[in-house]
Design a protein around this ligand. Structure first.
Ligand code: PEP
Ligand code: MN
Length: 368
């Protein structure tokens, strides 16, 4: 049995094989705080220490980070314990100050990744520098924007780049602080197979109780690392206090995680897997033909609505469908979140097709 372990961070000066663990407080608060967290993280074998120095906050008048005075604290920590240090940068000035203070790894935060001007400014300030850069996903669920930010940084000649998945903001309330939408990082990895993927369960979950399960999910999906916020006194942290855990709790989670193997050199296993995958392919084919049939009927309804001058969107009908499918979803062991998402997409596609008919006929009428 062999674990396929294609990605490691040796070229980043990190000795351990994956998963790479990055931990430390959301924000640097004082030199003492940094040193006491660092001491405990060192004891459990963490190699990369994170701390926010400049903090992007949603509302003004909250703690916005200690700023550059925190950089010498980190240098001191590095001297004492030999960590690699990671901090967030949001502009060229941050990059220059962090590099002058021997910060080893820089990360671009979610609120910066959304802004191509800001990312380009950071990329330009990195020309000719050899430093690993982590790029968090943008706060909105847009894989192109995430990919674009990575390309801008790579375009500056940086070859040590990793993506950090920290979830996506949504208007709807959910159990997560930021919805994971796992399909987005999976799509990014499909487009950029060599890119190491790091999961940030702290910002996805937003609460301590969720860190374990999200970390396990990331391991099941073969992520290359985890960034987890830790603090000696999480309840009193100056930012993100609900989601920080103690180094001791971090150690327990890391010891309990099950690291799955990616590939086996075992013929039986491969045959079984091939069988199961071909079953999945068959079901996918069936799904396509059922969807095609459904769309044909929707188009017929569209014709009917047009002839009778009825609007394409019938909210009452849609509400009826919605409550029926949630009930049916439960009977079929499918979560209401999943059925809502999938049926909204199907309904939207039907509406698009029906609107297309109406527009086509209107255009024909206009031109005749
Ligand atoms: C952080 O890591 O503390 C942070 C601000 O992250 P994000 O950019 O993911 O919100
Ligand atoms: Mn944080």
């Amino acid at each position: 049995m062999k674990v396929k372990n294609a990605l490691n961070f040796n070229s980043w000066g990190i000795s351990k094989n994956k998963p790479l663990i990055i931990s430390g407080p959301c924000s640097a608060e004082s030199e003492n705080q940094i040193l006491s967290i660092g001491k405990m993280l060192k004891e459990i074998g963490v190699e990369v220490f994170r701390a926010g120095i400049w903090k992007p906050r949603t509302r003004p008048n909250s703690f916005e980070g200690v700023g550059a005075i925190g950089l010498p604290w980190l240098q001191n920590l590095k001297q004492q314990y030999g960590f690699k240090l990671a901090v967030e940068v949001a502009n060229a000035k941050h990059v220059n100050q962090a590099l002058k203070s021997n910060i080893d790894i820089l990360w671009v935060g979610a609120r910066t990744t959304v802004n191509p001007f800001a990312v380009q400014e950071i990329a330009d300030s990195l020309e000719g520098v050899d430093v690993p850069i982590l790029i968090k996903n943008p706060i909105n669920p847009d894989v192109n924007l995430w990919q674009g930010a990575i390309e801008r940084i790579q375009g500056a000649g940086i070859d040590k780049v990793a993506a950090v998945h920290r979830g996506f903001s949504t208007f709807d309330k959910s159990n997560y602080r930021n919805l994971p939408m796992w399909q987005i990082p999976i799509e990014l990895k499909r487009r950029m197979p060599q890119l190491p993927m790091i999961c940030d369960p702290s910002h996805i979950g937003g609460k301590r109780s969720m860190i374990h399960q999200i970390s396990q999910k990331a391991m099941d999906l073969n992520y290359d690392g985890l960034m987890i916020e830790s603090h000696v006194n999480p309840d009193n942290a100056w930012s993100d206090s609900m989601q920080q855990i103690t180094p001791k709790e971090l150690n327990t989670i890391l010891n309990e995680l099950v690291y799955k193997v990616v590939d086996f050199d075992d013929a039986n296993f491969k045959n079984d897997l091939r069988d199961l995958r071909s079953q999945i392919d068959n079901y996918d084919n069936e799904l396509f033909s059922v969807l095609q049939q459904r769309m044909k009927v929707a188009v017929q309804i569209g014709e009917y609505k047009r002839k009778n001058n009825i609007t394409v969107l019938q909210p009452r009908r849609w509400n009826e469908i919605l409550s029926k499918i949630i009930q049916q979803g439960e009977e079929h062991d499918l979560s209401s979140e999943f059925v809502k998402r999938i049926f909204s997409a199907i309904h939207q596609e039907s509406i698009n097709k029906q609107t297309a008919i109406v527009n086509r006929v209107d255009n024909i009428k206009k031109s005749s």
